[in-house]
Every structure is written in C-alpha cells, then in structure tokens.
Design a protein around this ligand. Structure first.
Ligand code: ZN
Ligand code: ZN
Length: 258
C-alpha cells in the first residue's frame, strides 16, 4: 500500500515544503483520506483517478479545497466525486459548506452525464468499502464529530487517528487487527501547550507517548502527522525525545510504501 501526505505549500523552488497546514492522504493514487489539499496537491494522474474522498471530520484543514476539487472536475466527470463520511458529517458539510452560500450544493448538480458529487454515509463500527479498500471508522476524542480509520487493501493495514486527544475505542479496534503495518497519529502541539491541546482535542508528543502504551502491535512504523507548522521543529525534537522505535514525522510529498 502506498500513502502520500499531500503538500500544503510549496517552497521557492516549487518543491513540497515540510510544513503540514492541511490534511489529505492519497492511498494508492485512488482514494483520498480527508480533502484539505486535494485540489492543489494531486498530480494530474491522481486528479484523473481519485473519485473517492473519506472525510474524518468537517474542520477546515481537512476539507478546505474539496469544494474546489469538485468545481475543477465539474465538466469532465464521468462519475461523481463520492464523499464518504458519517451521516452527521455529511449533514454538517451540506449545511455549512455545500450550502449555496459558501459554495454551490454540488450534491444536487449533474453535468449532463453524471451527478458531480455524492455523499456516501458510513456508520462508525461497521466495515465499509471504498474502491479497493475495506475500512473501519471509530469515533475519536475531538471537539467535533470525528472518526479515526483502520483500512486495509487485503494485504497491508494502516491505522489513522485523525484529530484526537486521549482516546480508547480506537486502540481496541487497532489492537483487534491481526496485523497492522503502520500507524499515522497526530501530534499537534508541543508539550508546553498541553492545556491548549486538551482544550482543542489534540495530542502533544508526551500525550502521544501515553497513547502508544495502549497499542498492542510492536515493530510497526509510526508516523506523526498534523504537526502545527509554527512548532514543527520543536515537535520533531519532542517526538525524538520519546525514544520510540520507528517513530518519525511524516514528510509531505513523500510516498510511503508498506
Ligand atoms: Zn480537527
Ligand atoms: Zn485538523
């Protein structure tokens, strides 16, 4: 399985810059998990093949350019862009984003050949399929309805915490998997800002270290994501200080293969 965290910004030479401002992970060039940078970070090839976007929660950094993506593709779509999310999140996106004010209600539009966007609700706790992946969604501890995900292509399995503070059910689901190849887990704020992290439903490196004591799988790659850009270097140092094997900060634009 190949996973790439799309870049949020580019440097002066046009290369992906290391800071992560938006969340969008592309799995095997086909499925997007969250859509923060989907309209700006995909290659042309990915743009023609990504028609499924799994949205973990409606925060702007996870959906910012999703409306622009559908807009871009409007005239050329032969099948809808399918937005997979819990029914609650689908309703929030309809109410707050695709509402005719912030952006058009693309869920009601077609281009003469196909509907351009479709909400496909899933239920937390029940397995669902998106393209070649089987996924499980688990509610996590954030300040809006949010799910973490465990997904497999039948051979490799990856767990993604999405945005969360300390949480429990996610670890039960992860630990029930016979095999997990990689864990993507958030680390948003440095240790000194633990109160802010708690209040906003996020982890610090120390809190991430405590979460990892709930993980039963050993020897897996652990990639820290969602590092707030202004604290990135400090967060990397605090993550290193945990002394956890195979833990590193995920680099935007790099393809990871398991
Ligand atoms: Zn969030
Ligand atoms: Zn976020």
């Amino acid at each position: 399985m190949k996973i790439k965290l799309l870049p949020s910004t580019i440097d002066a030479e046009g290369r992906a810059s290391p800071e992560q401002r938006l969340s969008c992970f592309v799995v095997d060039g086909r499925v997007a998990i969250d859509g923060g940078s989907i309209a700006v970070g995909l290659s042309d090839g990915e743009r023609s093949s990504v028609r499924d976007v799994v949205v973990t929660h409606p925060h702007m950094d996870h959906i910012a350019t999703l409306p622009i993506y559908v807009d871009d593709l409007f005239g050329s779509l032969e099948e809808p862009v399918r937005v997979h999310a819990t029914a609650e999140v689908c309703e929030l996106l309809t109410r707050d984003v695709f509402n005719g004010t912030v952006y058009p209600p693309f869920q009601d539009f077609d281009n003469g050949r196909t509907r351009v966007m479709e909400f496909v609700p899933f239920r937390a706790g029940e397995e669902f399929r998106v393209a070649h992946l089987a996924l499980k969604a688990v509610p996590v501890s954030h300040i809006v309805p949010t799910v973490g995900l465990v997904f497999t292509d039948g051979e490799r399995t990856v767990a993604f915490s999405s945005d969360t503070s300390a949480t429990e059910e996610f670890w039960h689901v992860v630990n029930r998997e016979p095999r997990v190849d990689a864990l993507l887990i958030e680390a948003s704020f440095p240790n000194a800002l633990s109160k802010l992290a708690d209040a906003s439903g996020h982890l610090t490196p120390d809190a991430l270290g405590r979460e990892l004591t709930k993980l039963a799988h050993e020897d897996i790659d652990i990639l820290a994501v969602h590092l707030k850009p202004s604290f990135r270097q400090r967060l990397i140092e605090e993550l290193e200080a945990l002394g956890v094997a195979r833990l590193s900060a995920m680099v935007p634009g790099r393809e990871y293969v398991w």
